[in-house]
Ligand binder design. Structure first.
Ligand SMILES: Nc1nc2c(c(=O)[nH]1)N[C@H]1C(S)=C(S)[C@@H](COP(=O)(O)OP(=O)(O)OC[C@H]3O[C@@H](n4cnc5c(=O)[nH]c(N)nc54)[C@H](O)[C@@H]3O)O[C@H]1N2
Ligand SMILES: Nc1nc2c(c(=O)[nH]1)N[C@H]1C(S)=C(S)[C@@H](COP(=O)(O)OP(=O)(O)OC[C@H]3O[C@@H](n4cnc5c(=O)[nH]c(N)nc54)[C@H](O)[C@@H]3O)O[C@H]1N2
Ligand code: SF4
Ligand SMILES: [Mo]
Length: 740
């Protein structure tokens, strides 16, 4: 007898509804859930990996302790006791800040980690908190905080009502959207075109999204802030600025006009590579539209990422596209993420303290991850001696991963909350493996807050957890109770009931309370959403289109939008200096590196699914024919890609889809490290792009890593004849794969 279970896919931000057919304890099939009001049956090929992850023989199910290079299984109780004792020892000997924390991306898709995980990791009380935020959306959060008064208030494009979608440094057809929860972006973008609207992409690569777009504009990596200032110059000079309804709450329009005045399109064209006429067209189109400018990874993880992320929001404000249908709007999610964040100890702030070695600024209680390795390596008071990683693989995902890899080996103690023994967790002394998505309840508290419609969906566990398994939240709660409840007799007395209550409550109870207290919860004369109601609606609930939220949503002290926050204005001299260097002709043959994503890949951790990696090695270096020719490189040749930070050897893929002067390598590969336990991934290891990205190259304003625009050299090593599975074949199949 088979049964069908409905839930949300937790692998990326699109939150697609899946229908999982099960016989006994076996998954028979995973399809899109046609009845999900948001995703309407859409899924991507990664959804099937939910079953592969569940059944993966490499997945850890019980705690493991490392003894030299071998691993031994441990009881949960013994494992918790060992971890608590060792962390406490480090804290006693060296103080709170000697323990560091790194939280990775799957946290954002995990109800238990967003509640109990934060409680534990933030209540450890260390200033050395790190996360994937500083290799990702930090600049958008900084802009939201300084402009709108809360880092969580990142406006999302209202794609379903837009008649113009200007996509700068994002590739939603592959990534399925980010800070824009929107399943099936292909359908949504085509709908814009069907309404007579336009999709325009600004990107150094002719991406999958660019292929669908009405127009694609190449841009030199790292120069988006200049392009956006030039667009603003045109908008002001041609009197196209119309802040509209939002004008009543916006301060700084004149200051923005004055700043933009110096950046006429002719001034920036040589630097950005975008012709002045094209800039004018972009500015006029956006200003005359009922659409939106949207920026993502390419815009924010670059040298001027803070400025660029700010200017994307600013250009929307200037064109009257903030808080307007079809523009950049705020979601009204069923769970108020700002409230929840406060509850679990997420504290707003920027630059309240700085990293010890390089003095990089804190944001939201976290330090930039480009500083992690040096904080472990550099001796002296405040040195990091122990590390807790949770749902993260920083050896593959942060700049100069090779240096971090070496640094991790020198820690006194490391514990990883992670289901895999991978490139990072192999350095742990103890690994505490949590249950996987199909074994736990799910609700997207984070992603529903950045959704293009107001939606709510609760997914019950499909499979019960085994007695010898623990959920992430249980692991966090246990460690919290052992390490964070205040000591001494009073603390023990006060702590015991609190501990018991919290351990009993669980994230679903927290969710239920948050739903009842949220904007779609209990109101006079209305019963409102509860977990029970959501259980009765297994396909999810549509709560309607986005609604205007100004001015109530603002968190600034004066309840106004700061169009030109001082921190951004103060960073403009850096932009001017780069404009000067970029305007000079580039040295002959100079190359910069960018990344790219693939539909069947998910950062570093889904390469152990045979279904997702089979057939098509994808870790190839895209290079333009001009740059390849100048180096004697032909398609499929092995090349060395090197930077100040390090070097990798990869097959080249010669194509004019990348602009001259730019090369592209996907991240998340490099599964050839000794001691990891990822059998499938090890057979198609690729090389890690982050062995080439540079921890010394970052946005000095926000501390965010500059993953785009890294100066590199490419040298041919050998010509490889196409053979099945060889480098030549890899390049050819990778290209065919993308063209499909
Ligand atoms: N060069 C370059 N580098 C990049 C990027 C890029 O574009 N270019 N992108 C950056 C971005 S946007 C991101 S978000 C980061 C991601 O960086 P990370 O978050 O550090 O890395 P992931 O590859 O997402 O690894 C996730 C880890 O979580 C574990 N995991 C999976 N599910 C769970 C779970 O439910 N619970 C727990 N406890 N663990 C789990 C996996 O086994 C894996 O170890 O990479 C960044 N790095
Ligand atoms: N299939 C798949 N989906 C994913 C992920 C995945 O690994 N695989 N990862 C998920 C995660 S964690 C995230 S954060 C999102 C990211 O979602 P997106 O931001 O949509 O994804 P990217 O592919 O990183 O898109 C960045 C784009 O910026 C371009 N770019 C690079 N440098 C520059 C520049 O200087 N200026 C401009 N204008 N463009 C530039 C790149 O060519 C690329 O097309 O995707 C999520 N979804
Ligand atoms: S786009 Fe793919 S990976 Fe992302 S939620 Fe949908 S099915 Fe899952
Ligand atoms: Mo990300």
């Amino acid at each position: 007898m088979s049964r069908t279970h409905y839930r949300s896919c937790t692998l990326c931000e699109a939150t697609c509804g899946v229908a999982i057919e099960v016989e006994g304890d076996r998954v028979v099939s995973i399809r899109g859930d046609d009845a999900d009001p948001f995703s309407q049956g859409y899924i991507c090929p990664k959804a099937t990996a939910l079953a592969d992850l569940h059944d993966d023989p490499d997945r850890l199910r019980r705690p493991m302790v490392r003894e030299g290079t071998s691993w031994r299984e441990l009881d949960w109780d013994d494992a918790f006791a060992l971890v608590a004792r060792r962390l406490q020892q480090v804290r006693d000997d060296h103080g709170k800040d000697a323990i560091a924390v790194y939280q990775g991306n799957p946290t954002a898709h995990n109800l238990g980690l967003l509640t109990y995980g934060q409680l534990f990791l933030r209540k450890l009380g260390t200033r050395n908190c790190f996360s994937a935020t500083s290799v990702d959306q930090l600049p958008h959060m900084l802009a939201a905080q300084l402009m709108f008064g809360d880092g969580i208030l990142m406006p999302v494009p209202d794609v379903d009502r837009a008649d113009y979608f200007l996509c700068i440094g994002g590739n939603p057809l592959v990534s399925n959207g980010s800070i824009m929860t929107a399943p099936d972006m292909r359908r949504r973008l085509k709908a814009i075109q069907a309404r007579g609207g336009k999709v325009v992409v600004v990107d150094p690569r002719r991406t999958e999204t660019a292929a669908l777009a009405d127009r694609h504009v190449f841009i030199r990596p790292g120069t988006d802030a200049l392009l956006l200032l030039s667009m603003l110059q045109v908008i002001f000079a041609e009197d196209l600025a119309r802040p509209g309804r939002a004008a009543a709450w916006v301060d700084g329009l004149d200051r923005l006009r004055a700043i933009a005045a110096d950046f006429a399109p002719e001034v920036t064209a040589a630097a950005t590579g975008v012709a002045a006429d094209d800039v004018r067209t972009l500015a006029r189109e956006l200003a005359g539209s009922r659409g939106v400018a949207y920026g993502r990874m390419g815009v924010c993880t670059q040298e001027l990422g803070g400025l660029a992320a700010w200017l994307v929001y600013a250009v929307n404000v200037a064109c009257g596209r903030l808080d307007e249908p079809g523009g950049a709007m705020w979601t009204t999610p069923a769970v108020d993420l700002r409230m929840l964040a406060k509850l679990v100890g997420f504290e707003l702030g920027f630059g309240r303290w700085r990293s010890r070695v390089r003095g990089l600024p804190e944001f939201g209680g976290e330090l930039p991850v480009v500083a992690l390795a040096e904080e472990i390596e550099t001796e002296g008071p405040g040195q990091i001696r122990a590390l807790v990683t949770c749902a993260g693989n920083p050896v593959l995902s942060t700049p100069n991963g090779a240096r971090l890899d070496r640094a991790l080996a020198g820690l006194d103690f490391m514990v990883a909350i992670d289901p895999y023994l991978n490139e990072t967790t192999r350095h742990a002394d103890v690994i505490l493996p949590p249950t996987m998505p199909l074994e736990r309840a799910h609700y997207d508290v984070a992603l529903a807050s950045f959704s293009v419609r107001n939606v709510a969906k609760y997914s019950p566990p499909l499979f019960a957890r085994q007695p010898d398994q623990r959920h992430d939240w249980e692991i966090a709660a246990e460690l919290w109770s052992r390490l964070c409840v205040p000591g001494g007799a009073v603390g023990r007395l006060a702590g015991r009931p609190a501990r018991a209550a919290l351990l009993k409550l669980g994230p679903e109870a927290v969710l239920d309370l948050a739903l009842r207290a949220g904007p779609h919860g209990l109101r006079k004369g209305r019963a409102g959403l509860t977990v029970a109601k959501l259980r009765a609606a297994p396909h999810g609930v549509d709560l309607g289109a986005l609604e205007p939220r100004l001015p109530d949503i603002l968190g600034t002290p004066d309840r106004r939008v700061a169009l030109v926050p001082d921190a951004f204005a103060a960073d403009l001299p850096r932009l001017r200096a780069r404009l000067a260097t970029w305007s000079r002709p580039a040295a002959d043959g100079a190359l910069v590196l960018i990344g790219r994503r693939h539909l069947r890949s998910n950062n570093s951790w889904c390469h152990n699914s045979q279904r997702l990696v089979k057939g098509k090695p994808r870790c190839t270096l895209l290079i333009h024919p001009r740059d390849a020719g100048a180096r004697g490189i032909t398609d499929g040749d092995l090349v060395d890609l090197g930077s100040r930070a390090g070097k990798v050897r990869v097959p080249a893929e010669v194509s004019d889809e990348i602009m001259p002067g730019v090369v592209s390598l996907p991240h998340g590969w490099g599964h050839d490290k000794a001691g990891a336990r990822l059998q499938v991934a090890a057979a198609v290891p690729g090389a890690s792009a982050n062995d080439v990205t540079d921890e010394a190259f970052f946005d000095t304003l926000s501390g965010t890593a500059a993953l785009s625009g890294v100066a590199v050299e490419v040298v041919r090593v050998a010509t490889v004849q196409p053979s099945p599975g060889g480098a030549g074949a890899a390049a050819a199949t990778a290209r065919a794969d993308r063209e499909r």
